[in-house]
Design a protein around this ligand. Structure first.
Ligand SMILES: [Zn+2]
Length: 415
């Protein structure tokens, strides 16, 4: 049994509990509430953690991540095996940053998930989505001089499909490899080499084929959405989640509210592109045109009460370091969201997208004990969450994965 005393943010209540107590038995939370509200069995030896000037809160969930290795294969020239091994190291960075759950979009998610679950490597819980599906000439078509087949053989993040028949096949292939949801590119994007972000990419028929196939596998399709028209097409044809939402207008947001479609942020990237180093010229050009467009989208989403989940689009590249993933909390507050709203977006709302909100995402008795201890109070300073060195303890399923105080009984442990 492990008992933590201190300030608790459970990600359900509107306020923190200043004098709180969290009790963990095995892999689950058995009590979360006022200090003294739970009396452990006298015979039971408990590890006690007194959290002074810190906060106990649910582990972070990044709903949009690419575990495809530090650099993608076509740029680095490394083999997929090299990149898979760097992604094993990358998982350690995620845990260090306080991340206990991710929704991955890459070829590696399924294998990494199995390895984490088997206890072979340390990492967050992973919901794999497989490779992102795009049309030829679309968002994942990184090099039009390569044969399409070559792109599909090499790319670890995306794949190219054209026509309903290929959409069926590739969707089934993703499930075959272990995907638990499907991501498509409904519009062009900023990072893509040859499209315009206002391009509408899949046809309605292609989207419907993918959506129907995903439904047969009891899951949903999410869509990369930059331009407005393609976003509406995606929603109208059955997509159940929007990534980025850079150019949402009022009609989009109304449709999303009506159909209860959540929105995934990626704001650190969307609002920070101009400051990133070494980006290709086409990206800089597109990013300059978009400016702060995302800010407007998220303000609209806020106004209409859209459920927002944090996602970073990070891949542990020099511009997107996993150890700074918690920056996304701050990025959302830049769009008018409160610190508590940002915390819920990065915990319980992410768990909803992982279809696991009954299992984790909040500090609630009965749920799995996925939690972090942060030095300081993120309700006063949300930027604390962006600093891996401020995350002093990380627990996943009741097992301690990081403890800056060191030792099994560290972290202010009394026994
Ligand atoms: Zn992405």
């Amino acid at each position: 049994m492990k008992i933590l005393y201190g300030r608790v943010i459970d990600a359900i209540s509107e306020e923190a509990l200043e004098n709180g107590m969290v009790v963990v038995e095995g892999e689950r939370l058995v009590y979360v509430g006022e200090r003294g509200g739970f009396t452990p069995d006298a015979a039971e030896k408990a590890e006690i953690y007194e959290v002074e000037d810190g906060t106990i809160m649910p582990g972070f969930i990044d709903a949009h991540i690419h575990l495809s290795g530090t650099e993608s294969i076509h740029r680095s020239g490394e083999s997929p095996y090299d990149l898979l091994l760097t992604s094993v190291r990358d998982l350690r960075d995620l845990v260090d940053a306080g991340v206990t759950g991710v929704r991955d979009m890459s070829a590696f998610g399924s294998a990494l998930k199995r390895a984490v679950e088997a206890g072979n490597i340390v990492g967050p819980r992973i919901m794999p989505g497989g490779r992102v599906m795009s049309i030829s000439s679309g968002h994942c078509d990184f090099d039009p001089l390569l044969e399409r087949e070559e792109v599909n053989r090499r790319d670890l993040t995306g794949c190219l499909v054209d026509g309903p028949e290929e959409c069926y096949r590739m969707t089934r292939q993703q499930f075959r490899e272990g995907a638990q949801f499907i991501k498509i590119c409904a519009t062009g994007g900023v990072s893509s080499a040859i499209d315009d972000y206002n391009d509408v990419e899949f046809s309605p028929e292609e989207i419907r084929v993918i959506v129907e196939e995903a439904a047969r596998h009891n899951t949903y399709v999410t869509a990369h959405c930059t331009g407005t028209r393609g976003t509406k097409e995606a929603i109208k044809n059955g997509v159940r989640c929007i990534e980025h939402g850079v150019l949402l207008d009022e009609e989009c947001v109304k449709l999303m509210a009506e159909k209860e479609i959540p929105l995934v942020t990626t704001l650190s990237v969307s609002l920070g592109l101009a400051d990133m180093k070494g980006l290709p010229e086409h990206m800089m050009r597109k990013a300059a045109k978009l400016g702060d467009a995302s800010k407007h989208s998220f303000e609209l989403a806020h106004q209409y009460g859209i459920r927002v989940a944090l996602g970073t689009d990070y891949s542990n590249s020099p511009n997107t370091p996993f150890r700074e993933i918690g920056k996304e909390f701050y990025s959302l507050t830049r769009c008018g969201y409160s610190n508590m709203e940002a915390i819920k977006a990065g915990t319980i709302h992410g768990a909803c997208l992982m279809k696991s909100d009954t299992q984790f995402g909040s500090l609630t008795a009965g749920k799995l004990a996925d939690l972090v201890v942060v030095k300081g109070n993120p309700l006063e300073d949300i930027r604390l969450l962006a600093d891996a060195d401020k995350i002093s303890l990380v627990m996943i399923g009741g097992s301690i994965k990081k403890n800056l105080a060191g030792g099994q009984n560290g972290g202010g442990c009394a026994e």
